[in-house]
Design a protein around this ligand. Sequence first.
Ligand code: NAP
Length: 487
Amino acid sequence: MASRVIPVKPFDLVIFGGTGDLALRKIIPSLYRRFLAGQMPPQARVIGAARRDLDTEAYRRMALSALEEFVAEEKRDPEKIAAFIEMLSYIRLDARGETGWNELAEALREGVIRVFYFSVGPGLFADLARRLVKHRLNDADSRVVVEKPFGHDLESARALNAVLAKCFDEHHIYRIDHYLGKETVQNLMVVRFANTLFEPLWNAQYVDHIQITVAETVGVAGRGEYYDRAGAMRDMVQNHMMQLLCLIAMEPPSLFEADAVRDEKLKVIRALDPVPPENIVRGQYARKGDIPSYREDVGNPESTTESFIAMEVHVSNWRWSGTPFYLRTGKRLKARVSEIAVIFKEPPHSIFGRRLPNHAGNMLVIRLQPNEGMVLNVTIKEPGPGGMRLMEVPLDMSFAEALGENGADIPDAYERLIMDVIRGNQTLFMRGDEVEAAWAWADPIIAGWEERGDEPLPYEPFGSGPEDALMLMHRSGRRWREISDEL
Ligand code: NAP
């Protein structure tokens, strides 16, 4: 089954922050992989821009070592790499000064798509937007890609949206949430809306509850300064987990088209209830042996920022009234896993008498990482004579196995998203009002912690987070799925 690749139109892609971690680790390797797949036309050009005093040759060497480090060996074809590297150039440019802008104006070609990728700290987004306009570099066919974090709260997100709106039309702005570029996340929409099997059951009448887990084993060392100002709520819940919740909970859009999908997601965010303190558990990882604690990792002995959060959330609308959504994310947990589990209700009456011990009922697990795939738990008869004993078996679909060569070759989220930007498809990017609505929901929760001087609960590294997170579910007779990288 050969995968179908349709080349995109020629483009000039400017990576502001072209020497940074994201550019070298993700953007350039993703572009190379699309080049290798035949999707990037030979006329495409990539311009790295940053303050560092480099020339194009030095930048190409930098990109080459990034490819050696971040592209799998079997994908490193020396001829292809050489051809790809030829497409790169470098301009020394300051987002906050005049250096480099005239050179950039000269380098950009007429008649090809222009993409301006803001791969710099968020403090520079507004500077870049204003200078692009001042130098008249954006045209009717330009796209502007804005990295996360998009604001720190509602006020800052609004201010950033206002600057962008002054400089560009909304249909030129691509706010990245790389979770939306993951294969399984898009599959979530296909599973829901291209099958008759699930959608009739996808509501409070049949779904007992939904769990969304994003667990990591790593701590925050290396990102401590940023993370300690953000915490799990800003870093994960307000953006990535909110997007997953929206895709799970939204009504069917009339079309798989950017605004139709984003309108439905926005309705979900607006239907979220405020979350009372008793429905939230915050945690912070403690020291274990040689593994430093959160406070040691961020170098702030009095930090009250959470590295773990679990919460019960309610979507107040006709479809979901009475079905809780449980969100859980944290650092230094047992395994690295991102998944969504939809737990269906028990049948209304069991003709087989007693329920099974530990019967989990029907459950659909959608796994984002690792090993992207889906599992549907069904109840069957335990084989053999001797009465009617029931057991649960998983109907298991690992994409890598089921899709053979194509499944093993699922493109990285950034590959898909960058190609979507060039194609002008905004479906997998957040609209300004969506981001603001998510902050409008998150802000009062964070403000409540600050007002109450809330202290996160310490938890032991490489476990499941604080005990109280288990209680959040136990109190209603439910339980979390085990944090495990096994499906
Ligand atoms: P980084 O490694 O610190 O890189 C920042 C880049 O910006 C460098 O190329 C730097 O080069 C350039 N820069 C700084 N000041 C500049 C100025 N005044 N004018 C022009 N260029 C300037 O940061 P990063 O990790 O790549 O992150 C970039 C953005 O992506 C951030 O918004 C971050 O939140 C977001 N992001 C990153 C990741 C990741 O995995 N790294 C993941 C998700 C989102 P010079 O110093 O040479 O100017």
